[in-house]
Ligand binder design. Sequence first.
Ligand code: COA
Length: 370
Amino acid sequence: MVYAHITGWGMAVPEKILTNDDLSKMVDTNDEWIRSRTGIRERRIASDEESSATLATKAAIRALNLANLKPTELDLIIVSSSSPEHIFPSTASLVQDNIGAKKAGAFDLSAACTGFIYALDMGAQAIRSGSVKNVLVVGTETLSRFIDWTDRNTCSLFGDGAGAFVLQADERPGGVLSSVLHSDGSGGDLLTLPAGGSKYPASAATVRDGLHFIQMDGKGVFRFATRVMARATKEAMEKAGLEIEDLDLIVPHQANMRIIEAAARGLKMPMEKFMVNLDRYGNTSTASIPIATVEAFESGRLKEGDTVVFVGFGAGLTWGALATEWSGPRPVEKRVNHGAYLFWARIRSVILRLMRIAEGVLWGRYGRGK
Ligand code: COA
């Protein structure tokens, strides 16, 4: 029997901080309103040089470093994002090239703020099936690029960032224990980024009508979220054959403090069992759970053997939960020099590009064209 263990984790957030006071100079809002309704004090905003792929790459390298795994040992890269670099190529393929994971398959997964749970589950299933051994799962967002900065209903909620886990096969029991994934597309209109896809491709009209910005029915999303968080947590624990009392820590999607408090009431659990850092990052969508996990570990709230549930909800509508037995980083005999791997990854990428140019020239001269 093979188990999927979380052996590495890392996060990356932009340096630029946007506080509630900063926002109050841009739209009709104030710190008191935002803090009392959401719990958010500030969020990070990507600079012009940063993107979903650059943040994902940084988080991935940190996770690989902790797992002490070479990028060349990765079999699969799954990147979850609602703000991918492009429609295609996938952000996962860009990360694969950036880190030099030359034998890894790579694909993007879209399940909005629940995406990291979906991606973790897919990675763990691939390991349990025996088809792969080492998987990199990344949640990355630069949703600041899709926010109407004149809309106070949405601009105070979201922030940018990325988080990554390394999953590895091991015969030792533990790691990912169970998961539940759900969707209800009938609520798709509650939270949407309408244009830029095949239904409303970019046009002067879609730009004029603001259809490339996030649109949200805040109250509708709030009602849905408070309904599903506790329920999904219970389902995942039940599926793992565990009681709610066995839980050491819950890492919820970091959207709104009041939603997390409602989940705590629903589970009859004290807030101390919940990891919360949304006050400093806002809602980083699919990146929020891995970012909160990294900070839970760094602040000593996650120890080997702990039972942890990750639970999230988001556009789609989607929601889900995943129960794990935390296994901590593996003991390291010899450290992998990731700096060298990254250097060779850049060289390799340039050589592959040059070879493609040379191939094009040769093909034109001696190939089918002649
Ligand atoms: N500052 C000041 N006023 C704001 C505001 C802001 N940043 N954002 C919204 N408002 C206003 C609205 O315009 C509305 O005004 P109106 O009544 O004149 O139309 C009013 O506040 C709504 O207030 P209220 O009903 O008390 O808001 P709320 O308690 O429902 O809180 C949200 C609003 C958006 C914070 C809350 O509904 C929420 O968090 N929903 C979930 C959103 C979410 O998590 N989305 C991501 C999911 S992954």
